[in-house]
Design a protein around this ligand. Structure first.
Ligand SMILES: [Zn+2]
Length: 151
């Protein structure tokens, strides 16, 4: 193969600091990357798909949910992952954006809290050994979604 780009990558095997399920929305990518670094998640196994945690909370079909669970299983098996971050974000197109909540950010947050909780329960049911943390990303930062009990 013809080399078209030079970049030195670390060749060592690694243990993943966390498996991170998040949306592919480019607007939240930088915030997510910075946040993970600040959390000490320097070697994440990134599972980046449309909707992020929605694929477990409200999957479009069984295939979608099972595919994501298999990715988590692979992360645990291959990289000894012990922790998972579930993430969703404001104005996510897979939910119909903020418009689906009539522009009401509070309603949107409440909906995502329930979604993230449901996703976390599914992960814990499948992988009881994993520590699961839930986060909601909006346009001014990242918010912990599992700090207080959900209704
Ligand atoms: Zn999204």
């Amino acid at each position: 193969m013809q080399k078209v780009f030079h970049f030195d990558s670390p060749p060592e095997q690694y243990i993943a600091d966390a498996a991170v399920l998040c949306c592919f929305d480019q607007r939240i990518r930088e915030a997510t990357r910075e946040f993970l670094q600040r959390q000490g998640i320097l070697r994440p196994d990134m599972i980046v798909v449309a909707g992020g945690a929605r694929t477990l909370a409200s999957p479009r079909n069984d295939f979608e949910r099972d595919f994501i669970l298999e990715q988590v299983r692979m992360s645990i098996r291959l990289h000894k992952t012990q922790r998972m971050f579930l993430m969703s974000h404001s104005d996510c197109a897979t939910y119909g954006g903020l418009a689906a909540f009539d522009g009401d950010q509070e309603r949107e947050v409440q909906h995502h809290r329930i979604e993230l909780k449901r996703a976390a329960e599914l992960v814990k049911a499948n992988f009881p050994e994993l520590t699961v943390d839930c986060f909601f990303v909006n346009f001014d930062g990242v918010h912990a979604a599992n700090a207080e009990p959900l209704k």
